[in-house]
Design a protein around this ligand. Structure first.
Ligand code: ATP
Length: 287
């Protein structure tokens, strides 16, 4: 079985508090974009989980998020026949804040439910995925959604109005745990206007959404190239420029295709990982 697994950006990411268990309570507005990894899953006779990936740096072992999701699925359903081969073709940049690993994990959960005829609901799959990572439930649902708690509460909202989204990942890897540690050490946090954002996404109000987009990780995670990337995007007419997740990817939202192409072309001259995307309506799609 083969699926496309979408990347995400955070239209808003606010961190409410650190919980006693070490996790953080989050308020996020999530948006899938049409940048996809391709994930295949098939049964094998080796009696073990095998990972094959076309990209250097992705762990092809039990550290892979796709592997962890497969184990979580088998454990949750007490399945002992665990011989599967997972193939991952990466298009989503790694350690970028765009849920590259999480979406591969979500894809594996989706495929295993079909292959093993377990007929789980999306809610049940999300519960299994949430044990592995905070972005996995959203990656299963996709589209535009509010995500709360540790990412486990997902409320889909109106699709983002048609627009163009340019992603630019500077040459820097950000570790998510380190980003949280930086955030926890801040003396003062400027929180975001979450209530107005709920209104804006409920109405699908493009202008208001763009005005309210934000990410508190920008106060904690240093990305030296961020001002330059944002400057180029703004000059090209971006309606919003914000970092996604714990970074370092910066996205720009454009209502106009030519302006988005202009930003894409200018940034591509300076950076290797630049993508011109559109909002996607689904997280996982069969191919
Ligand atoms: P998120 O937005 O969910 O925090 P991210 O874009 O910041 O995701 P990932 O691309 O998921 O980060 O990668 C983080 C690390 O996880 C990588 O450095 C890599 O070693 C490891 N990893 C494990 N599984 C995968 C996978 N399937 N694809 C990419 N990286 C993976």
């Amino acid at each position: 079985m083969k699926v496309k697994a979408a990347a995400k950006i955070n239209l808003m990411l606010d961190i409410l508090k650190k919980l006693d268990n070490g996790y953080h309570s989050l308020f996020m507005i999530m948006q899938s974009v049409d940048l996809y990894d391709t994930v295949s899953v098939e049964k094998n006779n080796e009696k073990k989980i095998i990972i094959k990936c076309d990209t250097d740096g992705v762990p092809c072992n039990e550290k892979n998020i796709a592997y962890k999701c497969a184990v979580a699925f088998f454990d949750a359903l007490s399945i002992t026949d665990r011989g599967i081969t997972i193939g991952i073709e990466k298009a989503i940049p790694m350690a970028a804040g765009t849920a590259g690993g999480s979406t591969d994990g979500a894809a594996v959960l989706y495929c295993l439910d079909k292959i093993y005829n377990t007929n789980l609901s999306i809610k049940e799959l999300c519960e299994i995925g949430a044990k592995v990572g905070a972005d996995i439930p959203f990656s299963l649902v996709g589209g535009t959604a509010i995500a709360l708690g540790t990412g486990t509460i997902i409320a889909p909202v109106k699709d983002l109005p048609e627009c163009y989204i340019v992603l630019c990942k500077p040459e820097q890897d950000v570790s998510t745990p380190e980003a949280y540690a930086e955030f926890d050490s801040l003396n003062r946090v400027r929180h975001l206007d979450r209530i107005s954002m709920v209104d804006a996404v409920a109405d699908g109000d493009y202008e208001k959404i763009c005005k309210l987009c934000g990410n508190v990780f920008e106060q904690a995670v240093e990305v030296p190239k961020r001002p330059h990337i944002k400057g180029v995007m703004r000059k090209c007419g971006a309606d919003a420029c914000v970092m996604s997740g714990s970074g370092p990817t910066v996205y720009g939202i454009f209502s106009n295709k030519e302006n988005a192409e202009d930003a894409y072309n200018k940034l591509s001259k300076k950076y290797d990982n630049v993508y011109l995307c559109k909002p996607a309506k689904h997280g996982i799609t069969e191919v």
